[in-house]
Design a protein around this ligand. Structure first.
Ligand code: ZN
Length: 145
């Protein structure tokens, strides 16, 4: 848009916009000047292209109002206020943590059992050497490596 100076005596864009809304100057310039009249016509055309009545139809507004009334008339239950998504995320986190802890505990128990088995084998081996009869001790001396 161009802004026409007051020197040329043509209306400025603000004056033309004011005229569109019925509060513009009343000096009758539009009746005499074809240039300002064509600028005003272009503004009116542009205004009608983006008219709010065309963007939002009565049917749309009526449907919106019906949806609001229908929603307001529905009974309100206490569980609708519970933030399900927040609690679902917390419950999922707790489930993952408890599952990980269970797996960790099972793995630690297996390791402890393996250590206990090794210790048991070592103890039995030790006991077998200790329970050997004293009479067989000289025989070991024959097989010195
Ligand atoms: Zn003019």
């Amino acid at each position: 848009m161009n802004i026409v100076s007051a020197k040329s005596a043509h209306w400025t864009d603000e004056q033309l916009i004011d005229h569109l809304y019925g509060v513009g100057p009343t000096d009758g310039h539009l009746n005499q000047c074809d240039q300002c009249h064509s600028r005003l016509s272009a503004m009116e055309t542009r205004r009608q292209q983006f008219s709010p009545e065309e963007l939002v139809s009565d049917q749309f507004l009526a449907a919106q109002r019906r949806a609001i009334y229908a929603r307001m008339s529905k009974p309100h239950h206490w569980w609708q206020d519970v933030p399900v998504r927040r609690w679902a995320a917390a419950a999922a986190s707790i489930a993952v943590l408890s599952g990980s802890l269970t797996v960790y505990e099972m793995r630690q128990r297996e390791i402890a059992d393996a250590r206990a088995d090794a210790q048991l084998a070592q103890d039995v081996s030790q006991m077998s050497f200790e329970s050997e009869a004293q009479a067989t001790a000289p025989l070991h001396g024959l097989f010195v490596e």
